[in-house]
Design a protein around this ligand. Structure first.
Ligand code: AR6
Length: 179
């Protein structure tokens, strides 16, 4: 399943799929502060990229929540991986801002490396427990806001792992467009 939206001169695509198979210039990893391979999308990316990705991550000195760091993609179709750490959902007022910074800093790292297409997973909504409906609003508002001001990014793919998550993101996007 897939839906496409034009944001300024850029395309935002919402789809179901496996992020490790995406052929965008960069894919985003929902990582942990230590940048050591974990489960979920992080484990899948490390398995698909091969052991050199772990070796490069070890040189980065970890990553603060909301920050983003870039590595090569090794055996992935995507030549680069941006590792970001979303918030562990706590119900605190800081959660939405931390999640927004994960998206915006990832996009900013892509721009500063001259990358034009980027795939995101649904950051923080697995092991980190962020409710998908709330996270979808933050993800999509962050991405659309960024694209309006940064036409250098030509394509953003929001890659959802389940039909249910796809439906949440798609209906959230329809609401954002009309408001
Ligand atoms: N492609 C796209 N999405 C995926 C894939 C995939 N191959 N695999 C899982 N997802 P999570 P988080 C979805 O837990 O909540 C790790 O251990 C998944 O269904 O991967 O940010 C890290 O090391 C969910 O919708 O990330 C951290 O410790 C979404 O990706 C911690 O988990 C995010 O789920 C990060 O937790």
């Amino acid at each position: 399943m897939s839906s496409k939206y034009k944001i300024g001169n850029s395309i935002l695509e919402i789809l179901t799929g496996d992020i490790t198979l995406q052929d965008t210039d960069v894919i985003v990893n929902a990582a942990n502060n230590a940048l050591v391979p974990g489960g979920g999308v992080d484990g899948a990316i490390h398995r698909a990229a091969g052991p050199e990705l772990k070796d490069e991550c070890e040189t980065l000195g970890g990553c603060e929540t909301g920050e983003a760091k870039i590595t090569r993609g090794y055996n992935l179709a995507a030549p680069y991986v941006i590792h970001t750490v979303g918030p562990v959902y706590s119900g605190r007022v800081s959660d939405p801002g931390d999640l927004e910074r994960s998206y915006l800093n990832s996009l900013s790292v892509a721009s500063s490396n001259g990358l034009k297409s980027i795939s995101f997973p649904s950051i923080s909504t697995g092991a980190f427990g962020y409710p998908v409906k709330e996270a979808a609003v933050i993800a999509l508002k962050s991405i659309t806001g960024y694209l309006k001001n940064h036409p250098d990014i030509e394509l953003v793919r929001m890659v959802l792992f389940s039909d249910r998550d796809y439906q949440v993101y798609r209906s959230t996007m329809e609401r954002i467009i009309i408001t």
